[in-house]
Write a protein of this length. Structure first.
Ligand SMILES: [Zn+2]
Length: 223
């Protein structure tokens, strides 16, 4: 278990579906949320409360039971490796059907605000509306890892600096197997092992999105 960084608690909880080793969970945590994660695979290094389960089934069950009401927001990184240019490292593409469409339907039906994260390719064919397109360079991270986010509130919020990919000495790091540890650390995923970090997303992205959610929903922090 990693030593969690200190952060102010805002009294709200995020449900992170298909949470992996917790890169985006950590972002919400840093924005002040409690986080509960769900993933089909065991995640021994996940730093928050964790449930090993099929995320679609889990969300359907807690929507049915009413437990969903304890969450301010659901976040999901539904698998869609079929869309990614990078071949999945954990098996064949056929093992990973596109779950974005059924997942989004369930999140909409849950009645709670939601966020879906995916690779940029998921926006090219209209599967996701790119409410936010984020890059490490916008947060001062030296990594190239673009991700799109569709949100129930349609985006908006504070302006970020544009994505910028300098050349030469200040070049951003692209993922490569020979330097996976350095890449994981540059993303801010220091608690993960190298394998976990391959599919991780920098916490900075959801730390920022969590803050936009709070600002746009006037969700008053607990006293
Ligand atoms: Zn970029």
């Amino acid at each position: 278990m990693t030593q969690l960084p200190a952060r102010p608690w805002n009294g709200l909880t995020v449900l992170d579906l298909c949470c992996g080793a917790g890169g985006l969970s950590m972002g919400y945590y840093l924005a002040g949320f409690n986080v509960v994660g769900v993933d089909l695979h065991p995640m021994p290094n996940y730093p928050f409360e964790f449930h090993q389960a099929d995320a679609l089934e889990y969300l359907a069950a807690i929507t049915e039971s009413g437990e969903i009401e304890k969450y301010a927001l659901s976040h999901a990184s539904w698998p869609c490796q079929g869309k990614a240019r990078v071949t999945d490292w954990r098996g064949s593409r056929a093992d990973h059907p596109d779950l974005i469409t059924p997942g989004k339907e369930l999140q909409q039906a849950s009645g709670r605000p939601w966020v879906i994260e995916n690779v940029p390719e998921a926006a090219w064919d209209g599967t996701l509306r790119p409410d936010y397109i984020l890059c490490g360079s916008q947060f001062g991270l030296r990594v190239r890892r673009h991700r799109v986010f569709e949100t129930s509130w349609g985006g908006g919020g504070e302006l970020l600096p544009p994505c910028w990919h300098p050349t030469g000495r200040n070049k951003l790091m692209a993922f490569e197997h020979k330097d996976e540890r350095a890449y994981a650390d540059a993303m801010g995923c220091t608690w993960m092992n190298k394998t976990e970090a391959r599919q991780a997303v920098p916490p900075a992205y959801t730390e920022w999105i969590g803050r936009q959610f709070l600002a746009l929903h006037s969700a008053a922090p607990a006293a």
